[in-house]
Design a protein around this ligand. Structure first.
Ligand code: PMT
Length: 424
């Protein structure tokens, strides 16, 4: 078995009581590696298997790895009300793999077995690592359940894009062990952990769209969901950075350990970022900021005129947030932009990199079905100020954010990039 990558801060796992739920999917065998990884980092692990999970992995294997019996039934030890006990004794819970059925039961509040009943009693943070076939992951019911769970503050890690059971390939593969360990550690220690590669470092990240008002009921905006910026903020926090996330309107839950500042317009985002960027060693602009706004936002709803002639709206330029931060760049500061493009992307990205005084820019297409706005995955190219071009293959936005943070860390220290575990 390979060791999990040791570069991330997992100190919070030491001594933590982790409830490891395993539901019944092919990836259940990987729960053994995760259990071992948690134990290696000093956690006390209590595994709970669904009945279906026992067909993929033996309770005895997890019992041997964790040093504790593995209950599978609400009636295993009925006199002590097992599910209530298990939930109360957890500092954090992680379900890996979490099947579509497990997600659906939790979203719907069903408790028809030991794991689902335990999760309904849980008050500790919960991390879910979904794994299933792509068709299931993309089914509208599963998408809705995932959204519900996210809204409730549940942390989701993965799934990754990659080979699936039965020779298929696509999104649905269980996240890597290292990513799950990091998510559990971050969920345990949401606020300013004192260690990690970026401990004590301040970072500012922008995310989402801005809204530029025409009148009290109408505005100009774009399709950015904020997911990419939220993933970058989470990845920086997991390395120990103190992260201020300046985010446009949206429904995403706050990433663990990140301070979120909500804004609406480009000018509000500009003010919030410029103020904080002075003290920040890292600034990442993942927001899709409106370049223009209506010259005048009417304070009453605009009415159709007496004729059918459309009303002309005059637009004026918004401030360029990253360019202004770049113009005031301090020595050692690392500035990172994103370029949302539909054509000639690398040329446009290189132009923005130079014009805004950036160190790195992620160039991503926004006309592809699996990248850019609102989807769970992204891909593109990372361009550096010293002329490097690094391909960023298709991955979840969380995984791409981790890779980006690797490059930010390497940029700060001038060190070689840390080895990352190759996808399994
Ligand atoms: O939010 P998601 O749904 O996850 O989608 C992710 C994303 C597609 C929005 C993201 O990956 C992305 O590409 N973000 C940048 C979008 C954008 O506005 O690109 P741009 O090429 O117009 O701007 C270049 C850079 O300048 C960006 O870092 C942008 O944040 C910044 N900018 C732009 C205009 C402005 N007035 N101020 C800025 O700081």
């Amino acid at each position: 078995m390979s060791e999990p990558p040791a570069s991330l801060d997992r100190a919070a796992l030491q001594g933590a009581r982790v409830l490891l739920g395993v539901s019944g999917g092919v990836a259940a065998y990987k729960a053994a590696l995760l259990a071992r990884g948690l134990v290696t980092h000093g956690a006390h692990v209590q595994a709970v298997l669904t009945e279906a999970a026992t067909r993929f992995i033996a309770p005895a294997q997890l019992a041997a790895l964790t040093g504790r019996p593995v209950p599978t039934d609400v009636f295993d030890d009925a006199h002590r009300i097992v599910h209530v006990d298990l939930a109360r004794q957890a500092d954090v819970a992680v379900v890996a793999p979490a099947t579509a059925n497990a997600l659906g039961k939790l979203a719907g509040g069903l408790g028809d077995d030991l794991l689902s009943s335990t999760l309904l009693c849980l008050t500790a943070p919960l991390v879910l690592a979904p794994a299933m076939h792509t068709e299931m992951w993309e089914h509208p019911a599963v998408v809705a359940n995932v959204a519900t769970l996210r809204e409730r503050g549940v942390v989701l890690v993965g799934p990754e894009h990659g080979p699936l059971a039965g020779g298929d390939e696509g999104p649905g593969r269980l996240a890597e062990e290292g990513a799950i360990l990091d998510a559990v550690a971050a969920a345990l220690a949401p606020a300013g952990r004192g260690s990690g590669e970026l401990a004590g470092v301040r970072a500012v990240v922008t995310a989402g769209a801005t809204r530029e008002h025409l009148d009290p009921v109408r505005y100009l905006t774009n399709r950015s969901s904020g997911r990419m910026g939220y993933a970058v903020a989470g990845a920086l926090a997991r390395r120990g950075a103190h992260v201020d996330l300046v985010a446009g309107p949206g429904e995403l839950p706050d990433p663990p350990g990140v301070t979120v500042h909500r804004v609406e317009t480009a000018r509000e985002m500009h003010a919030a970022v410029v103020e904080r960027a002075q003290d920040a060693a890292i600034v990442v602009g993942a927001a899709a900021v409106a370049d223009f706004r209506p010259a005048q936002a009417a304070d009453r709803k605009r009415k159709k005129g007496a004729t059918d002639e459309p009303e002309q709206v005059t637009l004026v330029r918004n401030p360029d947030i990253l360019a202004d931060v770049g113009a005031r760049k301090r020595p050692g500061q690392v500035l990172v932009g994103f370029a949302a493009e539909t054509h000639d992307e690398e040329a446009h990205g290189a132009d923005k990199l130079g014009r805004k005084g950036l160190d790195l820019i992620v160039v991503n297409r926004v006309d592809a079905h699996d990248a850019g706005f609102a989807v769970e995955t992204n891909r593109g190219v990372l361009l550096t100020a010293d002329g490097q071009r690094i391909a960023l293959p298709l991955a979840s936005k969380e995984a791409l954010a981790e890779t980006l943070v690797d490059h930010i860390v390497a940029r700060r220290t001038g060190a070689d990039l840390p080895e990352r575990t190759p996808p399994r």
